[in-house]
Design a protein. Structure first.
Length: 182
């Protein structure tokens, strides 16, 4: 994928997911975009807690990804990320786009309809990490599934900005480790 394609995907995620969330809420509830953003709940404590958990889970994931079990997994995430040839700024941009755009859609909107459990499963499935007919390909999905539960139930308890903090820092740490890896 080209740099331009990477940035287009980032912008589509940052704009498209919140737009889809707004449409869902507009047609099925009385929520509006400003309510989806939960700006009244934007506090540094929740954001920092979320960011800290994102970093910790990213390092845990990197340890697990380095295990022998994952060495034999096809379509390794590390190879895909390495082949993108991201700079730090590319990684930061994509992490912010995914963290903000996806969490607004999955937590502030979709989760209000289907709940945190099903929202978590759908989140992993939409990313292509749960493939029932290929257990090896699903290994990464099983690794991130607990994280998606943290995102979903953390949203219920701490709010949207907690989930955004987790997501951004998880992605950024993984992008950085994978782009610098062997």
């Amino acid at each position: 994928m080209s740099k331009r394609g990477i940035y287009v995907m980032g912008v589509l995620t940052l704009v498209g997911f919140p737009l889809l969330a707004t449409l869902l809420q507009f047609f099925f509830t009385n929520y509006r975009i400003m309510e989806l953003l939960h700006l009244e709940d934007l506090r540094s404590g929740e954001l920092i807690l979320g960011a800290s958990i994102g970093v910790i889970y990213a390092f845990f994931s990197l340890l697990v990804l380095g295990s022998e079990l994952f060495e034999q997994a096809p379509d390794r995430v590390e190879r895909f990320v390495k082949n993108l040839n991201l700079s730090f700024w590319d990684a930061l941009f994509l992490s912010i786009c995914a963290g903000v755009g996806e969490e607004i859609f999955f937590r502030s909107s979709l989760q209000t309809f289907i709940g945190p459990f099903w929202g978590s499963l759908l989140f992993v499935a939409v990313h292509g990490y749960l493939v029932p007919w290929n257990w090896r390909k699903s290994l990464y999905g099983l690794l991130v599934l607990p994280l998606t539960f943290i995102l979903a139930y953390g949203y219920e308890y701490f709010g949207l900005w907690f989930s955004i903090g987790v997501h951004i820092l998880y992605d950024l740490v993984l992008f950085e480790a994978m782009r610098k890896g062997d």
